[in-house]
Design a protein around this ligand. Structure first.
Ligand SMILES: Cc1cc2nc3c(=O)[nH]c(=O)nc-3n(C[C@H](O)[C@H](O)[C@H](O)COP(=O)(O)OP(=O)(O)OC[C@H]3O[C@@H](n4cnc5c(N)ncnc54)[C@H](O)[C@@H]3O)c2cc1C
Length: 303
């Protein structure tokens, strides 16, 4: 680790928010992953405005972490700096039918805020265990809803530290993707445009969807949700089941018995176990049905 690099970073970020050799197990819903060289908690945009150009100048690799709920980090960890939104970067404010949320706010909290304010449109997101920043990057969606339908604009920082606002069209939202998956933007703040609704009905719909999740998804195990994107014309879970892979296991990683679209950590899985299951599933589904399963989850670090 270069001491001088961190000497300078320490002048930009207050004490107590820079951590070294951090086990990423605690930061991903898969509960696997080795150590990151460094993790920095970001509380102000101004911190990033100075940090990001510096990291670019020294050609330092970095990664923006949301809630780690769509992420598989290798067992050998990540030789780079993880930036995670914290504290004030999790704020949510409401103005009429608009909700403004900082990127670190949990989607579930934003959905509850919408309900409390009688705003409809975000019910689908209540059970998605990610941050709204990650939700926008992935165009997270469920039960017929997706972020694309409710995002008015997104405030982002580019790789040089310049801040701009992207409107819905410029975000290039697609199925589980957005412009930010291909460009070095950091999501800072999101403005959602919702509609006036009935608080009880909004609450009832959220409860209904949450029951559906509990009954269909293996929420008792660590996972990153659906491992694969839905291939056009098929359902990943059904293809995997029909390939005879229900319960297929390597080490501690397993194709869920309850929902074959989920690969779960049964307790002691390594990231390598999970990756092997992913690869085996892809191979067997391809062999059997000539369909390529593309992972929805993001891979980071060395395996
Ligand atoms: C039990 C379970 C159920 C799930 N159900 C669903 C579902 O129904 N629908 C669905 O779409 N997903 C679902 N997911 C997957 C996941 O919750 C979503 O994709 C979520 O939007 C990811 O958000 P995150 O904050 O955890 O992002 P992370 O996993 O931390 O990151 C995902 C990607 O976003 C990037 N990113 C995160 N924050 C920022 C930022 N501020 N700026 C720039 N880039 C950023 C990361 O660099 C990474 O590339 C589920 C996951 C689990 C574990």
């Amino acid at each position: 680790m270069s001491a001088s690099k961190y000497d300078y970073i320490q002048t930009l970020i207050p004490d107590g928010r820079i951590f070294y050799n951090v086990s990423m197990k605690e930061y991903t819903t898969f509960r696997v992953g080795g150590e990151a060289e460094c993790l920095i908690l970001i509380q102000k945009e101004e911190e990033l405005e100075k940090l990001v150009p510096y990291l670019k100048q020294i050609e330092q690799e970095y990664f923006i972490l949301g809630n780690g709920s769509n992420l598989l980090i290798g067992d050998k960890g990540y030789q780079g700096i993880i930036l995670k939104m914290d504290g004030p970067m999790e704020q949510i404010t409401v103005d009429g039918t608009r909700i403004t949320a900082k990127a670190g706010a949990m989607l579930s909290r934003v959905a509850v805020t919408a309900r409390e304010n009688g705003l409809t449109g975000l019910e689908f997101a209540a059970g998605i265990p990610g941050s709204i920043g990650g939700g926008v990057v992935m165009n997270a969606g469920a039960y017929g809803g997706e972020m694309k339908q409710v995002v008015e604009s997104v405030r982002v920082m580019d790789g040089e530290g310049q801040i701009t606002t992207l409107d819905n069209d410029t975000m290039e939202f697609g199925y589980r993707t957005s412009i930010i998956r291909n460009r070095p933007f950091i999501v800072l703040e999101i403005v959602l445009r919702l509609a006036e609704g009935n608080r009880e009905q909004i609450g009832a719909r959220m409860e209904e969807l949450s029951q559906l999740r509990r009954s269909r998804q293996p929420l008792e195990y660590a996972s990153a949700g659906s491992t694969f994107k839905r291939p056009e014309g098929y359902f990943a879970g059904k293809l995997i089941m029909d390939a005879g892979l229900r319960g297929f296991r390597i080490g501690g990683a397993q194709v869920s018995d309850k929902h074959c679209g989920f690969i779960v950590n049964t307790g002691k899985a390594t990231a390598a176990d999970i990756r092997e299951v992913i690869e085996e599933v892809q191979e067997r589904v391809k062999e059997r049905f000539h369909v390529s399963l593309e992972p929805e989850i993001v891979f980071l670090g060395e395996f």
